[in-house]
Each structure stands twice: as C-alpha cells, then as structure tokens.
Design a protein around this ligand. Sequence first.
Ligand code: ARG
Length: 654
Amino acid sequence: MNILQVLRSRFDAVLAPLVDETAPLLDMIRPTNDPKFGDYQANCAMPLGKKLGKNPREIAGEIVEKIDLSDMAEPLEIAGPGFINIKLKDAWIEEQLAAAVTDERIGVPLVENPKKYVLDFSSPNVAKPMHVGHIRSTVIGDSLANTLRFLGHEVITDNHLGDWGTQFGMIIYGFKHFRDNDAYHQKPVAELSRLYREVRKIIDFVDGQKGLPARKAKLMEMAAEIEERKAMPPTGDKAADKKAKKELDKLQRQAEEVSKELTTDEAKLNALAGDAEFAKVASEHADIASAVLNETAKLHAGDEENLALWHEFLPKCREDIQRIYQRLDVTFDYELGESFYHNQLGEVVNNFIEQGFAEESEGALCVFLEGFKAPMIIRKKDGAYLYATTDLATIEYRMREWSPDAILYVVDFRQGDHFDKLFAAAKKWGYTDVELKHVSFGTVMGTDGKPYKTRSGDTVGLEGLLDEAVARADKIVRENDTDGQLTAEQYADVAQRVGIGGLKYGDLSQNRETDYVFSYDKMLALQGNTATYMQYAYARVQSIFRRGEVDIAALRESGARIRVSSPAERALVMKVLRFPEALNDTVVDYRPNQLTMFLFEELAKSYSTFFEQCPVLKAETEEQKQSRLLLCDLNARVIKQGLALLGISTVDKM
Ligand code: ARG
C-alpha cells in the first residue's frame, strides 16, 4: 500500500467540497522528518485558511473532525498555527507489514491508471565512437523503464540509433580510400572505427589549417583593441575608470585564452604537417569535407555502391554495441534507428508545407515557432533532411503505431534546444495530448575538469571502462569477504555484479541534470551511497540467516509477525513501508536518484541504527527474534528490489 496516497485520498474527500483544485493542498501532506511530529504531517490548513479567510487552526480543526482516519491513525493532533500531525497506529502498521511479508511485491501496489510510455534512450550514433554519455542515457533510461513497468505502466523501449548520419559518409569515404583489407576481415568494426578516426583527423587538420588565418586576425584585432584601451587617459570619474579597467582586464584574459588555444592548436597542426606521410595524404584529400558530404548524400539518394556498403557495415556496428548492452544487461523492445524513417521524411515535410506550418527562408524550409528566436529547419537548401525532420517522423510513427500517453527522451542536456523546438513543432502539428519530455542529463567529467574520455574513445574504450570497474571490484570483493570463502567462479561473478553495479549506481545516484566527476574509487567505495555498500548490506542480512540457520522463506509463510516494539524498529519499519512512495517520487520527474536516496539515506541508515540497537539472533524471546528476522528480510527485499529496478543485481554471499 502507498500510505501517502491513501492519506491524500482521505484528505481529498474532505477538501474537495471546499476548493476547486485539491492537488496543491494534497501536495502539502508529507512524511515528517522527526517522529516527534508523527509519521506524516498535513500543512494544508494554512494556505486554505488564507484562501477562505479563516483561522487556519480552526480549519485544521474542521478537517480533523470530518476526516476518517480512525482505522489507521491515532487521534490527530493539531500543532502550532494549524499543522495536522498524523501518527499511524502500531497495530495498523503491523497489519501492513504482515501483508508485505507474504507479498511478492513487498506491498507495492500497481497504479490505478496505468499509462503507456515510449522510452527513447541510449540511441548512440553507430559507426562513431560511443562515449560515456551513451552509458549514462542507457542506465537512466533502463532504470526508468524498469520502475515504470514495476508500478504497472506499459513501457515500450526504443533505441533510436543514429544509423543514417554523416558518420556513414565518413566511413564510406575512408573505406574507399584508406582501408586495410586484412584488418577489415579480421576485426571489421575496429577497422571501421580506425577509418572514422583517420577521416576525422584529416578533416580536422584541413579545417584547422583553413581556419588559422581568421583566428590569427581575430587575435590581432583583440591585441589592437587592448593597446587602444591602454592608451586611453583616465577620465577622472572613478566609477567609469574602474569599469574601464575591469573591461580591459577581461579583454586581456580573453586574449590570453585565445592566444593559448591558438598556440596549442597550431603546434598540433604543425606536428601533423611535419609528419611527411600524413601531410601527403592530407594534401591529396584536401577536399575531404565536401567529399564526405557527397558520399552521405549519395547514400541517402540510394546510390547502389554506398547503400551496399551501408548494408554491409550496419549489422557489424550493431553487433558491436550489442556487446556493451549485454554486459550492462540492457535490452530494447525496438531499435528503430534513423534509417527506418528515411522514406517518410519527404511526406512529413510536405505535410508541414500543406498545412502552412513551414516556409522557405534563404532556400531552407523552416518552421517558425512562437517563443523561439531561430526557426526549426526541416529541409536544407541542398534538399537534405535533418535530425529534426527524422524526429518529427519518429513522433508521427510512434503516435500512429503505439498511441502512447508519454514519450520520454533520455538525452544529453546539450540537445535541450532541439527538443524544445521539436516539442513545440509537434504540438503545432496536432500532437497535443501526449507528454513529450526531454529527460535531460549532464556531462560525465574527468578529474581534469573536461568531459570524461576513455583512452581509445570507442566501444573498445567503453568495454575497457567496464573491465576496469570489474577488475577493481574483484580486488575489493576479495579483501572484504562477509563470511567464508567463495570459489574462484563465485568471485568472478560477484566482481561483475559489483563492478557493473557500481558504475550504474555511481551514475544513477547523481542528480541527472548536473555534471559529475567519474571516479572508480568513489563509485566502488564500501562506505557511503554506493551500490557496493547496498550490495554488502543485502549480503550481510543473508549471512545472518545462514549463521542462524534460518529458513527465511518458511518463516515468511509461518504466520510469525513483525512487532513494533522499539523506536529503532518503528523507524525502520516506516522506511520499509514507504518504498512505494519512493518509487512514486522516482517517476514523478523521472529521477532515479530519488530511489538511490531512499535506499541509502532512509532505508540503509535506519537499518544501521536498528542493527546497532536490536539484537536479532540474540533477541530476548523467540517471538522477538522471528519478528526481527522478518524485518531484516523485508529490509533486504526492498534493497534487492530497489537495486533491481536500477538494473543492479545482488548476491547472497560476497
Ligand atoms: N543519436 C543521438 C546522439 O547520439 C541521440 C538521439 C536521441 N533520440 C532522439 N530521438 N533524438 O546524440
């Protein structure tokens, strides 16, 4: 049972006759931080008093008189200006616990009004190095899908692969000019990835060299302005002079920055130019950027050779990323990549034109949207369609095929503007009763303060990252056995779960919108808010059962009850019973860190106190021992279920 929901619906019955909209008032019923004020507190009498022009304490009194909570709560108390304190009856709590003990779902109810969600996540650009950001999208998306499903919603997961973009023009160009046949036959994806990097390198070199004169000119301009400003005599007006000085300082700092970047870039370019072999290749392919665009355009236009190459490359690339998904234990219902929508783009664009939603501007076809400075371009001057066009076609397809209530896009925050425009355009197009939501996330940073990069910067690099996490986990697990020896095979299994789990939890426990620094040490720490800590907490409970030779499954069915006999027990019990609320909080704004926060800050901490204060195997009576064993078990089951929803597994022995 979701206690908070039950309380809110009881309050709703009383508040509905008083106001038009009860939701904001019901929102003010919350769990308390201090048991002194009961288990929950309703603070709705204050705003209600203000609205109705009455004394809030009086209102609170009226609510208390009308509301029927006698089955579950002690007589309600009114405190201060009109807080209503709700303390649940111990007997009622014990009933809920008894139900949870024998319930596979540990008391988590299914939602009354299930919705249909489409989750668009992971979505890497294949044939292009996949990076940590895609892991982030993958683990956030997967955990949200699990949680929504567990709550009873219908979820369709769709990996919107970037399988049709310029990167294919790049590898096609590379394949035609630079391929190493042997390497391609032995390790095709590694060779394609090398080709991608080779082409990228030449493009960057050629562009870099082309851009140098303009950058130098800009720097000269800045230098001239600095000189000019320096030469200006003081005005005598203190404030104005101070301001001028500040501006000059700022300009100087900027110039230094620009100069430093220019120097390093120039040095890099010179080093490359000094490599005679590379310089020769680069000069032979001086028009590489436009040639790559041309290869891409040919592919899109159905050129036989390029299309055949694409058909050859794509399955290989897919297989390659599949390995990462396997290791992360993530699957998708669909993997409809960008290429899937290719044939529908012309129609989408025509539809926009017909409805008068798009107009030509400087040759490009634009959708002008209210509240946006720049329009959304859906067809370029040269006739090419864009990322946005594909996303419109994707919305149309998903709505037609699946009619979801919501489509969630778990994508990097840098695409925020794209999604804002996309959603506005979709609305204009008539998709008004679907929740379109960009579940945006920040950057994974390295300790150097720059976006985290794996050494080789491709899927191999990502696998290396997983390997490293597992290797470190292996060491930790071997040094921290809970009880007894594991076999070599068991160690390897545990290390996988701890390593991959640590990586996932390290990400999911962050506020998704902020950047965070990637650190193996932090994410695998034995203490603190980590998967490792939670996994050990789970295994320790199992270890208690082993030591006490307890058949916990039998005890659950035995009719033995959990008794709330001390404050530490009561505190823990209340956390266990609030698991459904935590899951709800997790999906309200699609934030897995709500769940990790609950598991660690609430559940684990209360369990610690309970464990310090309440002997389990050495309890005073058999009844007390059984009660505490069952409570340990509930705690462990919530951990296990919670971690499972985050995509993290547990083991009984570690
Ligand atoms: N392929 C894109 C990238 O790697 C992400 C796609 C996200 N999904 C979407 N429907 N636009 O940046």
